[in-house]
Design a binder for this molecule. Sequence first.
Ligand code: 0YR
Ligand code: MG
Length: 370
Amino acid sequence: MKITRLQPIILHAPVTRGGIADSTHAISHWGAPGVAIHTDTGLVGYGFSGTHAHLPTDKLIVECAVDSYGPLLIGEDPREVRALWEKLHKHSPIYWVGRAGITHLALGAIDIALWDLKAKAAGLPLWKLLGGTATKRVEAYNTDGGWLNWPLETLVSDCRRLVETDGYRAVKIKVGSPNPSTDLRRLEAVRAALGLEIRIMTDANGKLTLPDAIRLGRRLAEFDVVWFEEPTTFDDVLAHQRLAEAIETPIALGEQLYLAHQFRDFIHAGAVHYVQPDVVRLAGITEWWQVADLAHSYSLPVVPHVGDMCQVHQHLCFVHPGCALLEYIPWLRDWMRHPAQIRDGHFVAPEAPGAGMEPTEEALRTINRV
Ligand code: 0YR
Ligand code: MG
C-alpha cells in the first residue's frame, strides 16, 4: 500500500445552542481541520485536529499538513506509522521552526489518519488492532451541561438531565467567573441538585492567578469536587506544584500541552494528578501513547481531553490500562460516519474498521464550500 495524495479538509460544526463559553473562550463552532490520506489501494485515512473554528488559522494547519509534511509521505506505506512519525517529526524541514503549535497540530492530524489506514487495512477498529477489549468499562463524563454562559437555572437543569435522563454519573462544570462567589454558588446548586453520589469536576481553563486558584481551590473540597482542571497558566509547572501543595482537591491538566516532555515535567514535579493528554495537541496517537504510559507508571489516572470529540480517544481507552474515564462532548456527532455511542454512561466499543474520524458524505460535501 502506498500513499498517493493528501487532501485538505476543514469542518466547522456548530456547538450546543449556538454558543458556549468557558472562562477564557466563547465559541459558536468547533473546528476540525485535517486531512484525507489517499492510497493506491483505494483506502482513505482520515485525521483531524480540534480548534475554535477560526478559518485563517485552520487553513494554516491543513496547509502545513499537506504542503510541509505531505511531500515526505508520498510513496510511503502508511502502515509503518511509527517510523513515518519519526521521519516527519525529526527529519522534516519544519522541525527547525516549530516543534509545537500549528506544526504539531498538523502532525497530529496526519498521525491519526495513518493509524486510521493501518486499522482499515487490517479490517479492524483501532482498539482491536492495538490489542484492547470491548469488555473493558470506559465511563463517560459529560462536559456539555456546565458552560459558564449558561445561567444558573440552565446549568442546574442541564446537569440534572444529563444524570437523570441520559444516565451520566459524572459531569464537569466550568469555573473562573469574574467573581469567585458566583462559581461557589453555581457549584453549590449543582451539588444540591445532583446529590452526593454523582461526581462533579471543575475546569477553570487556565484563567486564575496562583493566589486566586489557591483561594477557590481551598473551597472546592466542601463540594467533594473530583478535580480542579487547568486552574492557572497552562504551561506553568511551578505554579501548579505550589497549588497542589496548598489545596486538598486533585489537579487535572494536559489539554494545552504539546509535548510528552512537558507532561514528564508536570508529572515529575507532582503538579498534576489527573493526566489529560489529547491526540490532537500532542502529535497524534503515537505521542499520546508515550504520555499515557508515563502517567500510568506514576499511578496517575489518564483521562484524555477530547479535542477529537472523543472519536479517537474512545479507541485508546479500550486499550490503555490507565484509562477508565473519558470526556464526552457531542459536537461532531452529526458530522462523523460512526459517532461515539454512549449507553448507561459508558462508551460502546466501536465496530467499524479504522480510528473513528471519517466524516459523513454530507460533511464532506459541506467542507467543499468552505
Ligand atoms: C472551549 N474541556 C475543555 C472548549 C473544552 C473547552 O474552549 O474547547 O472548554 O475543550 O476545556 O475540558
Ligand atoms: Mg478543560
